[in-house]
Design a protein around this ligand. Structure first.
Ligand code: FWO
Ligand code: ZN
Length: 396
């Protein structure tokens, strides 16, 4: 019998990290929601329910990847370097049940219509998908002609991005231009009960986060309107990001990292997280995102394109696991950067925690912190490390 039949599933005897540790619990999944969390949940003999024996396993919230190029990205080396769009199992086998899709350098051949259609497709295939309107560049390309209207009128749009700053590929936005974008996103979010977040791509230019600090210091726009990302590119930028976070800013680190990036100073996310914690940055301000399907291009010192790789969603949890195993960061702390922190910072109200009434987005980890089972909105997508639900064009 396929899992679709079971509206009720009982996960028994898991060690639950919600992400805070709850200890051994039974968790009842009712439809697409978490229905009950108790020491022991008894069930009648004749009830039609799927039992999942989770003894010896950890149950954690489904992971949130808040920066994924779901329709593909790239192109920085010409047409043949446009990266491929994402497939469902690239996401689910990484334990990710919620993604935020975005466009990047190329908003000519990648369109918002394509992004919205892909997001709807991923939802139909079984995961949750939100979006940023716009892309790297200004003026921001939108669907309705206005950032505010896109956020208010398009359900999945929760903000704008990834707006590029301090990067040779950016539109070289002025403080005024970025302020206007943040103002529109803020009001759009207010009117629609969404975060209205501005996701900012920070390059390796000397400007770093100064444009965001100027906006926060000189206007009524709160610093938390922004989520700058790629902040582990080099030690200089990470140090600035730590200072920025200690002033109340939100910071996001990219887990996809090609070998060459470490030669250019990139700091492995698990190590960056250790440094961030050691500098007393409130962990709530920190998230990881994968830049999945985004290009990871290499440019030489003159800005000439030298080659590129493609980001993968699978790096997201890998860095969290390394933070636990190698940097000895407690699991309940490391997990927050891909669960409760992005859920809070992006105002994804039904996501990010194992709590009654929240979406039944759940991941079972085995004793080696390997992903064993993934449940998205109550549906089993991966079971005992096997893909049980494939995307439309993926072979079983
Ligand atoms: C980063 C996405 C970069 C695309 O700086 O921004 O290029 O449009 O697909 N990727 N431009 C990757 C580094 C963080 C390694 C993007 C890319
Ligand atoms: Zn980027």
């Amino acid at each position: 019998m396929t899992d679709d039949v079971f509206m009720l599933k009982l996960i028994q005897g898991a060690d639950v990290y919600a992400p805070e540790p709850l200890g051994k619990k039974d968790v009842l999944v009712t439809g697409d929601k978490i229905g009950l969390i108790q020491e022991h949940i008894g069930i009648g003999k004749h009830i039609d329910i799927k039992l999942i024996d989770a003894r010896g396993k950890l149950l954690v919230p489904g992971f949130i990847d808040c920066h994924v190029h779901i329709v593909g990205g790239g192109g920085e080396g010409g047409f043949k370097t446009r990266t491929p769009e994402i497939m469902l199992s690239d996401i689910t086998k990484a334990g990710v049940t919620t993604v935020v899709g975005c466009l990047g350098t190329d908003e000519t051949t990648r369109t918002l219509g394509n992004l919205i259609a892909k997001a709807n497709g991923l939802e139909e295939e079984g995961i949750s998908c939100y979006l940023y309107t716009g892309s790297y560049h200004i003026p921001v390309k939108t669907l309705t002609g206005s950032i505010q209207d896109d956020i208010v009128l398009i359900d999945k749009v929760i903000g704008v991005g990834e707006i590029a700053v301090s990067d040779h590929r950016s539109s070289q936005p002025t403080v005024e231009e970025l302020t206007k974008i943040a103002a529109a996103a803020r009001v759009g979010g207010m009117l629609s009960g969404k975060a209205g977040i501005v996701n900012v791509h920070v390059g390796d230019g000397h400007g770093k986060l100064s444009i965001l600090e100027q906006i926060a210091d000189t206007t009524e726009i709160p610093i938390t309107q922004f989520i700058p990302t790629h902040l582990g590119r080099n030690q200089d930028l990470l140090a600035s990001s730590i200072r920025y976070a200690k002033k109340g800013g939100l910071i996001d680190l990219t887990t996809s990292a090609p070998e060459w990036s470490f030669k250019k100073g990139n700091i492995k996310c698990s190590k960056a997280l250790k440094q961030i914690i050691e500098n007393d940055v409130p962990i709530k301000s920190v998230s990881f995102s994968s830049d999945g399907q985004g290009s990871l291009p290499l440019f030489d010192e003159k800005g000439a394109f030298k080659g590129l790789e493609v980001g993968t969603v699978s790096t997201l949890f890998k860095e969290v696991r390394d933070a636990v195993r190698e940097e000895k960061i407690p699991l309940e702390t490391a997990l927050t950067v891909i669960t409760s922190n992005p859920a809070r910072n992006l105002r994804l109200k039904s996501k990010g925690r194992i709590r009654i009434g929240k979406d039944a987005d759940l991941v079972l980890l085995d004793e080696n912190l390997e992903i064993d089972t993934v449940i998205s909105r109550g549906r089993i997508m991966i079971e005992n490390k096997e893909i049980t639900v494939t995307g439309t064009f993926e072979k079983q």
